[in-house]
Design a protein around this ligand. Structure first.
Ligand code: GAL
Length: 679
């Protein structure tokens, strides 16, 4: 079988052609007097910033009333950036429809799951399904493209801003209802098909016409999961088609335009793989301390990384977003304390430098800091920038200066990431876990993150693989965990490829229509693995299912009762025989192997995950590296980057051998980085 299956993978080669133009900033000219602009651009240039993103919230200044446009200021600032040779990313200002527009068409507003209209007064208040809003977006964007579309300063477009932020992917408006009914009609064509697919005979939920179908909110108890899943799919498709309107208009104007969207961490409500088919590259907004505060629950862990951020979160998203379509960038990077987390700590300058290098090490085409200057008014007045609002430099200013100089020293052209292991990631599986978790604390992200973290601690680099496996290259090991719904193409590839694969738990246990297959496992997987699943149970946090004769190893939260369906017989060749390698204390198979596949029948705790991973790394001829505590390693074809998130200086001599040091030293102290020629 051919090993390169990445036909869809568009490598824009951004990080190769742009050489060392790697730093930039987000700037809001509309917040500052024109007199400040020239001096601001000079500061940016002196700092070594090459990119600047503008525009994404400026609608009210670009169109004061319907068709009363004011584009003069925008031209002036674009000219200024062009004169100074800075590359502009223009963000289309559609995340903030202005008041006059909402007053004329209040039906643009989105509606939350409780049926309340989400009012004007902040941002992202529009509903993706509003056809009216789509027309308004076309009108504004067509005008902007005509006026500034060919401006030589603009090197990239960003559509809107952070789709889904503030829980805005799903809207329960009447436009959404109309759109959903149409979407269902196109999908099922006849109502009896939908009734069957959703299993509507259950609780007498059968419909006679698509126009009877409501949105799955405000029901007495949980709505039909298949109904919810289709609504989630529809809502995701609405984001994608809304985005496509903008992409098509921009491309009509400039067929070669580079177009991105700025994604977020912990944002799974729409399918990022699908939307990226329309974009040139992915970008994302990285706020390591904010994410630590809002998403880490373990108090000890949180305290340990209070001012550094979780050492593997950012890396997880760098790897995920790089794999959406081949290139990625950091559109916004935390520069100091933010305003929106549970607690807003201030990173040290050293830490900020570490984060920037982490992003570059993962192949980021550029890193933009959010924002240039702290703004003294509005919701984000407490959010720091490179400059304080009185124009004095904040500590991040000095970091940018330092990193800009280092980038010149370590030539970063040609960063081709090297990953040996693939983890399959699927947005639909995430939705299925969320819709019917079957217990508290069950979360698809957590499961994948535990694999990712264990690999990263061993110095093994990871790619995230599309659910249809289309970007599978010659990875030496694949992890297919929690993939409740398997794409049929994914199943085919799984059969064909040659590397070892760890499958399960909770993999292939739902059909396309959110039903359970016979034996709780897709037929194809039953024969591939030689097992059946007879039942599952979920566990409270204080309960574990221990593994027989393996100290500390156990299942937590979720376990499956497996039966081997192909008993070992003398006629079955050794390589394809089913083998029970681990059992639970109550004598059920816990880990079953057949040929190159291993199936894990529960969510592993750290000790069990470690045991299985080590076995499969060996099977894949991969050597885990003895990285000191807190140290992580990222590799590209030319360089190895060691980062230290721990609080002790660590010596890397045993890992570096004779590799030439490009930055830092063999001793890597807290929050430091050492770059060497690849080891
Ligand atoms: C991002 C957003 C920015 C700004 C920033 C503050 O989520 O895109 O506009 O709000 O957060 O940290």
């Amino acid at each position: 079988m051919e090993t390169t299956k990445n036909n869809d993978l568009k490598n824009n080669g951004l990080n190769n052609d742009l050489n060392n133009d790697l730093l930039g900033v987000c700037y809001y000219p509309e917040h500052w007097s024109v007199e400040k602009w020239l001096a601001d651009v000079k500061i940016m240039k002196d700092l070594g910033l090459e990119w600047v993103r503008i525009g994404e919230f400026a609608w009210s200044r670009l169109e004061r009333k319907r068709n009363d446009f004011n584009i003069k200021w925008l031209r002036e600032i674009l000219d200024l950036f062009h004169e100074k040779n800075m590359k502009v990313i223009f963000g289309t200002p559609t995340a903030t429809p202005p008041k006059w527009l909402i007053d004329q068409h209040p039906d643009i507003l989105s509606v939350d799951q409780w049926g309340q209209v989400r009012q004007f007064g902040s941002r992202r208040h529009y509903c993706f399904s509003s056809l009216r809003y789509r027309e308004e977006v076309k009108r504004l964007l067509s005008f902007l493209l005509k006026e500034i579309g060919s401006h030589p300063a603009i090197k990239m477009w960003q559509t809107d801003n952070e789709y889904g932020c503030h829980d805005t992917t799903l809207s329960y408006s009447s436009d959404a209802k109309k759109g959903f009914r149409k979407w269902l009609k196109e999908k099922y064509r006849e109502i009896h098909r939908l009734n069957e697919a959703w299993g509507n005979v259950f609780w007498s939920m059968e419909y006679h016409d698509f126009d009877e179908i409501e949105l799955p909110n405000l029901t007495v108890t949980e709505a039909n999961p298949a109904h919810q899943l289709d609504f989630q799919r529809f809502s995701s498709d609405q984001v994608i088609s809304f985005n496509k309107i903008q992409v098509d208009l921009i491309r009509e104007h400039q067929s070669e335009a580079k177009i991105t969207h700025n994604f977020m961490g912990f944002s799974f409500d729409f399918n990022h793989f699908k939307i990226c088919k329309d974009l040139s590259l992915a970008s994302w907004d990285s706020y390591p301390l904010g994410y630590l505060q809002n998403f880490v629950e373990d108090a000890k862990h949180k305290k340990k990384y209070l001012r550094k951020g979780e050492p593997d979160f950012q890396a997880f998203y760098h790897d995920l977003y790089r794999n959406l379509n081949g290139d990625f960038a950091i559109m916004e990077h935390q520069p100091g304390a933010v305003n929106w987390a549970k607690y807003n700590l201030s990173p040290t300058g050293k830490t900020l430098r570490l984060w920037v290098w982490e992003a570059l090490a993962h192949g980021a085409s550029f890193v933009n800091f959010f924002r240039f200057r702290q703004v003294p008014f509005g919701q984000e007045q407490m959010h720091e920038g490179l400059l304080f609002s009185n124009n004095e430099p904040n500590k991040s200013y000095h970091v940018v200066q330092e990193v800009a100089a280092e980038i010149k020293k370590v030539n970063l052209a040609k960063r081709e990431h090297l990953a040996e292991v693939g983890i399959v990631f699927d947005y639909e599986s995430h939705w299925i876990w969320k819709i019917q978790p079957q217990g508290e604390n069950l979360n698809y992200f957590d499961l994948l993150f535990s694999w990712y973290q264990a690999l990263r601690k061993k110095g093994i680099n990871v790619d995230f693989i599309h659910p249809d496996f289309s970007n599978y290259r010659d990875h030496k090991l694949l992890i297919v965990s929690g993939l409740t719904r398997i794409d049929p193409r994914g199943l085919e590839v799984l059969n064909e490829l040659a590397c070892p694969v760890i499958i399960g738990p909770r993999t292939g246990n739902k059909t396309e229509n959110f039903q359970i297959p016979p034996n709780l496992l897709l037929e194809e997987l039953q024969s591939l693995l030689g097992i059946r699943i007879q039942g599952v149970e979920t566990l409270p946090p204080e309960e574990e299912v221990s593994i027989l004769r393996e100290e500390n190893a156990a299942f937590t939260r979720w376990r499956e009762f497996i039966k081997v369906s192909e008993p070992e017989t003398p006629n079955v060749p050794e390589a394809s025989a089913v083998k029970i390698s681990l059992k639970t204390f109550d004598d059920y198979p816990a880990f079953v192997e057949k040929g190159r596949f291993g199936y894990l029948a529960g969510i592993p705790n750290a000790a069990l995950l470690e045991k299985i991973l080590l076995k499969y790394l060996e099977k894949s001829n991969l050597t885990p590296l003895p990285l000191p505590d807190g140290v992580r390693l990222v590799k590209d074809k030319e360089r190895s980057y060691f980062t230290n998130y721990g609080n002790k200086t660590q010596n890397l001599r045993h890992l570096l051998g004779s590799a030439k040091i490009l930055l830092g030293s063999e001793e890597v102290s807290e929050s430091e980085i050492t770059i060497v020629e690849t080891i």
